[in-house]
Design a protein around this ligand. Structure first.
Ligand code: URA
Length: 195
């Protein structure tokens, strides 16, 4: 476990723990405030993320930014965003269990350094990996559960919302609940500043 962000990021950038390293253009480490009280976890980089080295910068990412903005959250100031796997799976397939296993230590180290109060899983892959292997996200999205001292919630993946725009209002409800929960915890995220 690295205690220092620069060392952690440098080691992650050199990672060759699974086969995904062979096809990557960039390792997509994470973005945002490293002391954020709210952390988001997606599944893995897509094409745009692989090219730019930043999570959620494609169409799904633009939608995520809009939903964040609607509840006064912003990747530049008061949230931290990372993925289960840091390198793009070919053809955007789900990361394999072995790839997730190889990569999850980086996320655990990020989580240990950020120490968020609330963690939001974006989509099934993150929710099954971090919350409950049997979670049914279509039914259980928006429900907060406490795990290891952190409030966790799963919401629908932005890419799923682009495929099924009819689900956007339900996802928006999840973001409103997230905002309520942040306020109930007394987290003054408005004062957070990116480092
Ligand atoms: N989908 C994800 O799960 N993560 C990203 O960074 C981009 C798309």
């Amino acid at each position: 476990m690295y205690q220092d962000w620069e060392e952690l990021e440098a080691a992650c950038m050199r990672c060759e723990k699974c086969g995904l390293c062979a096809g990557r253009r960039n390792v997509v480490f994470g973005v945002g405030n490293r002391r954020a009280k709210v952390m988001f976890v997606g599944e893995g980089p897509g094409e745009h993320e692989d090219l730019q080295g930043e999570p959620f910068v494609g169409r799904g990412g633009q939608l995520l930014d809009k939903m964040l903005a609607a509840v006064d959250l912003d990747r530049k100031s008061n949230v931290y965003i990372a993925n289960i796997v840091k390198c793009r799976p070919p053809q955007n397939r789900d990361p394999l269990p072995g790839e997730q296993e190889a990569c999850i230590g980086w996320l655990r180290n990020q989580f240990a350094l950020v120490r968020p109060r609330v963690l939001v899983c974006l989509g099934r892959v993150a929710a099954t990996r971090l919350m409950d292997p049997n979670i049914k996200i279509t039914k259980q999205h928006g429900n907060f559960v406490e795990k290891s001292g952190v409030l966790m919630m799963a919401t629908l993946h932005p890419a799923a919302l682009l495929r099924n725009p009819g689900q956007k209002p339900a996802a928006f409800e999840d973001f409103l609940k997230l905002r309520e929960t942040i306020d109930q915890l007394g987290c003054d995220v408005a004062k957070d500043q990116a480092e």
